[in-house]
Ligand binder design. Structure first.
Ligand SMILES: *Cc1c(COP(=O)(O)O)cnc(C)c1O
Length: 339
């Protein structure tokens, strides 16, 4: 395997900084399953406060956070509505079905990443014993790095309310959205009953997500977290990284967005590459299949890590991507096309 020098594969590859490690080393800890870990408790309080919700729970991963949310909203034989490409439907191993006995009702995305609210409403099932009962609608924002409109979230929230359904936000990268919009996170998540936020992506923590929302939902999640094996003991060491991330690494997401834009502009110089201008830190490139494969291979051989295949490439900027990384990658792409 080639050494990756410029790592654009994902914002999950970030490593804790010296400051974050110092905060982790200094963390006061206790047994969090007993509710004794002061640093975990502080992180949960801080997140609930920041998002203006009743409660929060620290969990090992975004996948578990989404699963816990769905299991809080739904019982066995119930159903959740989510996008065809939603992480909680497509990229979590079918966990809701496997572990929660919850059936997904996927809805197609439109070109802009949203689902048609009429299709969402049309898919809601209630009161007929033929059907699994719909309990919750799950939205995702950012979605593939794209910031979906706040008005869209409000419109879907209206449908959820009208039909007495819960509303969940997979906000793994919600802070990328709010930084891009210049919007307060509490306002952004206001329509939702539950929100999942990843600390281990652009925010730079090594581990962890937080599920935030209504107290009754979080209480159920706490029970199910134990059942799923997500109850951690002296987890304050990890929560300290999360607290550090929230305090130090939110506003700076704008730098990641700026670098993604610069990367996009540089790549767009090459006519063979179809570049979608990024809203946040995720950049999508399309090229003719053979060319795309050759470019990916070339970049890989020269220490640039990206993901995707068949001409669809994903470039992600993050805390550990510098201006030099962007310059280095763009220089290599120039060289590839010069040959
Ligand atoms: C990464 C991600 C998750 C899951 O997070 P993990 O910590 O990798 O399990 C959920 N939703 C979205 C949108 C994500 O990008």
């Amino acid at each position: 395997m080639n050494t990756i020098r410029h790592d654009f594969r994902s914002d999950t590859v970030t490593r804790p900084s010296a400051g974050m490690r110092a905060a982790m080393a200094a963390a006061e800890v206790g047994d969090d399953v007993f509710g004794d870990d002061p640093t975990v408790n502080l992180l949960e309080q801080r997140m609930a406060g920041l998002l203006k919700k009743e409660a929060a729970i620290f969990v090992p991963s975004g996948t578990q956070s989404n699963l816990l949310a769905l299991m809080s909203h739904c019982g066995r034989g119930d159903e959740f509505i989510a996008g065809q490409n939603a992480h909680c439907y497509k990229y979590e191993g079918g966990g809701a079905a496997v572990l929660g006995s919850i059936q997904p009702q996927p809805i197609a995305h439109r070109a802009d990443g949203t689902m048609d609210p009429k299709e969402i409403e049309g898919a809601i099932k209630k009161g007929d014993s033929h059907f699994a009962t719909t309990r919750v609608i799950a939205l995702e924002n950012t979605f593939g790095g794209r910031v979906l409109p706040v008005e869209y979230m409000l419109e879907v929230a209206g449908i959820a309310r009208k039909h007495g359904l819960g509303l969940h936000l997979d906000g793994a990268r919600a802070f990328n959205a709010t930084v891009q919009l210049g919007m307060d996170i509490a306002e952004f998540v206001a329509p939702f009953d539950s929100v999942s936020i990843c600390l281990s992506k652009g925010l730079g923590a090594p581990v962890g997500s937080v599920l935030v929302g209504r107290a009754d939902l979080i209480e159920t999640a706490r029970r199910n977290r134990k059942m799923l094996g997500g109850g951690m003991r002296q987890a304050g060491i990890l929560a300290a990284a999360g607290l550090y991330a929230i305090e130090n690494n939110v506003a700076r997401l704008a730098e990641d967005h700026q670098r993604a834009k610069r990367l996009a502009e540089g790549l767009a110089q090459h006519k063979a590459l179809k570049v979608v201008m990024p809203d946040t830190n995720i950049l999508w490139i399309e090229a003719e299949a053979e060319l795309g494969d050759r470019l990916s291979l070339y970049l890989g051989e020269h220490g640039v890590g990206i993901t995707g295949r068949y001409g669809q490439q994903r470039w992600v900027t993050h805390l550990d991507v510098t201006d030099e990384d962007v310059d280095g990658a763009l220089g290599l792409v120039d060289k590839f096309f010069a040959n």
